[in-house]
Design a protein around this ligand. Structure first.
Ligand SMILES: Cc1cc2nc3c(=O)[nH]c(=O)nc-3n(C[C@H](O)[C@H](O)[C@H](O)COP(=O)(O)O)c2cc1C
Length: 194
């Protein structure tokens, strides 16, 4: 990896404040291809992506908000609905993300399939950033309402729905962000008793 690529990894960050344009077709192809380069025990390729663009994003908002309201979720107030609609109206590309569950695989437990999918999405997020765009992974918008994933063609028996990645161009300059110091999260094991 070049120093520039590492700098890109170190500067990636999420934001909901997106606008058009989305990555073009060639860029999107490279972004999604990056998602194919995740570590993947048994080459199960458990990641699935559903692209939602243009007018389909408005239809997604209608579908998901109706389903959330029908589910009885009291948090979906009229104000919340308005802000979700306004947010989505500015987003040029939404990528729904799911794990295809291989049930009862004797060698590769579901958690490893989930981890491979997460790694794939991380590659997508990094590729988006490296091409100069921005993204936000959200498990709002009815991610946990079964009707929503079913409407996206993801049968709940076979797919674990993992939310939506909104992709676009950064709409505002973001304030500086301080990341945690890795030393707080890393220990070393030597095998020698203390
Ligand atoms: C699986 C997953 C689901 C997420 N869902 C939400 C969400 O619904 N709402 C939210 O505010 N942030 C959510 N986040 C967090 C944001 O995507 C983002 O990571 C966070 O705002 C921190 O920004 P950073 O990626 O620049 O560190 C989620 C992250 C992950 C990995």
């Amino acid at each position: 990896m070049t120093a520039n690529a590492l700098d890109a990894l170190l500067s990636r960050r999420s934001t909901k404040l997106l606008r058009a344009p989305a990555p073009n077709e060639d860029e999107l192809a490279r972004i999604l291809q990056a998602g194919m380069c995740a570590p993947d025990h048994g080459a199960l390729r458990p990641w699935r992506y559903v692209l939602i663009r243009g007018e389909a994003i408005g239809r997604l908002a209608d579908m998901a908000l109706d389903a959330v309201k029908r589910s009885g979720d009291k948090r979906m107030t009229p104000e919340k609905e308005k802000s979700v609609r306004e947010w989505l109206a500015a987003v040029p590309l939404v990528i729904a993300v799911a794990q295809k569950i291989e049930h009862d695989n004797p060698k590769i437990p579901e958690q490893e399939q989930l981890l491979a999918t997460g790694a794939s999405v991380m590659n997508v997020l990094n590729a988006v950033h490296m091409l100069g765009y921005a993204a936000f992974w959200s498990t709002g918008l009815g991610t946990y309402v079964e009707e929503v994933q079913e409407s996206l063609g993801l049968d709940a028996l076979d797919y674990r729905f993992l939310g939506f990645v909104a992709v676009g161009t950064l709409a505002v300059e973001l304030p500086p962000l301080r990341r945690p110091d890795y030393r707080e999260f890393v220990t070393e094991w030597t095998g020698v008793a203390a």
